[in-house]
Design a binder for this molecule. Sequence first.
Ligand SMILES: [Zn+2]
Length: 384
Amino acid sequence: LVLVVPQVAAAAPVFVEGVVQETTSRWTEDGDRIVTEATVVTPDGPVVVSQLGGHVDGLTMRQFPGPEPLLPGMRVAIEAHRDTDLSQRVHTLVDSVKVMAWPPGYVRTGPTKAGHYLYWESGCVFVRVDAAGTKQLPGDTEFPVIDAAIQTWNTAAEGCSYMRIVQDAPEEREVGNDRVNLIKFRDATWCRPATNKDPARCYADAAAGITTAVYVDDADSPRDGAIVDADIEINGKNFAISHENMSLGTAPCKADLQNTLTHELGHLLGLEHPCRTPGDPGRLDNTGAPVPLCSQTNDPAITESTMYNYQDCEETKKTTLEADDIAGVCGIYPKSEDPGSCEAVSSSTATCVGCSTSGRPLPAMLLFVGTALLLARRPRRHRR
Ligand SMILES: [Zn+2]
């Protein structure tokens, strides 16, 4: 059987089906159009398609009616055609988009009183490890484990997010609102220690780790929601901090350091748990859907995610990110909105939170938020 294939005309349709991995929006040279190039991963490899419209520099251009804007994580069936620009470069132009599946839902920390979700303003977050480390892992083995947890966030989302976690050299420090985002082990007590004027502040025994964020919570500030400090504490009092199932700690339940820390770094970036425990307030995910109670969901997109609220003793599955986690960091910090800066939060900008235009400081409106990873057996479920 011989098929006679006609000469491909310039406008012959091109069908592209797969998952959008990455999108880049830009202004055309004349500043008249925003165009978005999207990389779609198909069974035959990646295909780059070009769509009129997109989001650049705080402006969105979109046609009504028009195809759905392509977003990372979306599963799509695209009809397109090829055409050349005046320089004879070939583009694959999107004609229609059928969305087979939306990007997975994720939940952000917040909102502020004015309704904004939390975020870092710079393209990087600087973290520092307390040089004391932990005595529950031999020698300095905790440091490469911390490096690995950080690299997981930096590499798993690098296709669609600009955000990077950068490490400063370890230093002996205590946590606090000091613009140093500290990773601190608590081997002896699961508390922030007492000071001259404030008693020790202790945390829930069941929490393997906790993240404390300080952020702008001021409806009059354009920076509302900006995180200015975030510290992570790891519980070595109630759990044996472990690596490769080995720990010098004596607590009966081993909490894998990389597992706990990868989850806490998600909180540091501004991600919230994907389901609610009974004490949690009602929440919405990024699609506007209500966040379910953990006891009322079996959805593996939730229970298998790194941001899932619970972990088991010796668990390691949170050391890798899942689709929801990647969608979260790429949704908050998408490549298309790269601020192009990599700066620590400076004390001057931080103290200027809530400054009036005359420079007279108004009371800084900062709030603490505590988000813990509970180390507990998952709620039991009925099995059929
Ligand atoms: Zn958590």
